[in-house]
Design a binder for this molecule. Structure first.
Ligand code: ADP
Length: 433
């Protein structure tokens, strides 16, 4: 692109010739040329001033007499417009990224190929304690863990790393590296403490169930081998088959309790329409009758059912909870022990269901863990007494589903008190049912 077009050059040459044609006969050709050049310069100067004004806002449409200036400014305006469009698009994408990552519950950090922080979302502030001054710093150095550094510097083929948080004790963090652009990776970080705990609970659970089943199974297999291998008379055979009953019953009880617990854990919270007005006195009578075999004549079961209110609940579940509490009171108290069951009206505070015994009692350090599955104070003793280790876990879930919770008071050698409150809204007077 030339500064002057052909037309302009021709016009300038024509003007110069015209000046000479006028100036020569008058004997002043120099002055004539000078006058034409001055007019040209003034003309150019006007264009230059216009250009300076336009350059302050080059997105306006240019309008210059000089063809070269006009074309140059037009192409400059075009490039500027394109650059502006590209910047707008980049900004739109950045704010889109911010919007997306801000909604993420996990920390999201954009890093360059060296692992230096480019951008990060709000969750990163909470989880990784990042702040604006950290932009440009190496994420691995801030996290102060070799696993994190290896992942960020791509020294490992793995796309994830798990390590203990340097900020919160006991918290486990998982980092995941996701390539998002040629020179940028997204690092997603999340708190996996709860997930790890669930995983280890599941492993413990499977190990516990296998262990509980193995003992009775080993006994059954032992007896079956004897029956198979040896010539036995009828009486011995019958005696051996009778011995199979106890381990078989134990396995059955364990599987039954597991099914009850699984059902309780996986069922949705009961709707008001699922609830019936349960007569607690009748319920306890039924449980005591069922447990007559377990109590025998060795325990006295005393009922103090002074409350006439009915409990809005699921009868089968409440039966199971009562049965576990009373069975435990019998199992963990010596011969001649007293088991007291009471249902007491507490006026505005609702009503309390309580099972007390004067048995072996429980040391304080065990109390908070008793409702965990398979937790036993005395592992071997619990099994000998015929427990599955799931009874109190079942009670806990039943009560949770009835807006209540199990409370325990106990003293070693003196006895235990298991009780729970039900709110007035869950109780109903006898006659209104
Ligand atoms: P288990 O089938 O072993 O009885 P539970 O879940 O019912 O399992 O109870 C857990 C543990 O709590 C028992 O192993 C026992 O150590 C303790 N426990 C429960 N009830 C009583 C009680 N009434 N007196 C003393 N210890 C009890």
């Amino acid at each position: 692109m030339d500064l002057y077009s052909r037309k302009e050059l021709l016009a300038a040459a024509a003007l110069a010739l015209a000046a000479l044609a006028i100036g020569l006969p008058l004997g002043i050709p120099g002055w004539a040329l000078f006058a034409v050049a001055t007019v040209g310069l003034v003309y150019q100067h006007r264009d230059l001033r216009k250009f300076v004004r336009w350059a302050k806002n080059p997105l306006r449409r240019p309008k210059f007499a000089n063809e070269g200036l006009q074309q140059a400014s037009r192409s400059l305006r075009r490039s500027l417009k394109q650059a502006r469009r590209r910047t707008r698009e980049a900004l739109r994408q950045t704010s889109h990224f911010r919007g997306l990552t801000a909604a993420l519950p996990d920390a999201a950090i954009l890093v360059d190929p060296q692992g230096n922080i480019v951008n990060f979302n709000n969750a990163s502030v909470l989880l990784l304690h990042l702040n604006r001054e950290d932009t440009g710093n190496h994420l691995g150095t801030l996290l102060r863990h070799p696993e994190a550094i290896r992942l960020l510097e791509q020294q490992t083929p793995d796309a994830t790393a798990e390590f203990s948080s340097p900020f919160v004790e006991g918290q486990r963090l998982e980092l995941r590296r996701v390539p998002v652009a040629k020179d940028q990776d997204l690092i997603l970080a999340r708190d996996v403490t709860h997930l790890n705990r669930l995983l280890s609970m599941r492993q413990d659970f499977v190990a516990n169930v296998s262990h509980e089943l193995r003992t009775p199974l080993t006994i059954i297999v032992g007896y079956l081998e004897v029956i198979e291998d040896e010539e036995l008379d009828d009486a011995t055979l019958r005696q051996l088959v009778r011995k199979l009953a106890s381990p078989t019953h134990r396995m059955q009880t364990l599987v039954d309790d597991l099914l009850v617990l699984t059902r309780l854990e996986s069922s949705p919270t009961p709707e008001p329409s699922d609830l019936a007005a349960v007569d607690v006195k009748q319920l306890v009578d039924g449980v005591v009758e069922d447990l007559a075999g377990l109590a025998g004549k060795r325990h006295r079961i005393n009922q103090r059912m002074s409350c006439d209110l009915r409990l809005l609940g699921i009868e089968k579940e409440l039966h199971s909870a009562c049965s576990n509490l009373i069975a435990n009171a019998i199992k963990y108290s010596p011969q001649g022990g007293n088991v007291n069951v009471s249902w007491t009206d507490c006026g505005d505070n609702g009503a309390v269901l309580e099972v007390c015994d004067d048995g072996v009692g429980i040391a304080p350090e065990h109390l908070s863990r008793l409702t965990e599955r398979f937790y036993r104070v005395d592992r071997a003793g619990g099994r000998v007494r015929g427990g599955t280790g799931l009874g109190l876990a079942i009670v806990k879930h039943v009560l949770m589903r009835h807006n209540s919770q199990l409370q325990i008071e106990s003293e070693v050698g003196k006895g235990s008190r298991f009780y729970c409150h039900f709110r007035p809204g869950q109780l109903q007077a006898q006659h209104s049912g």
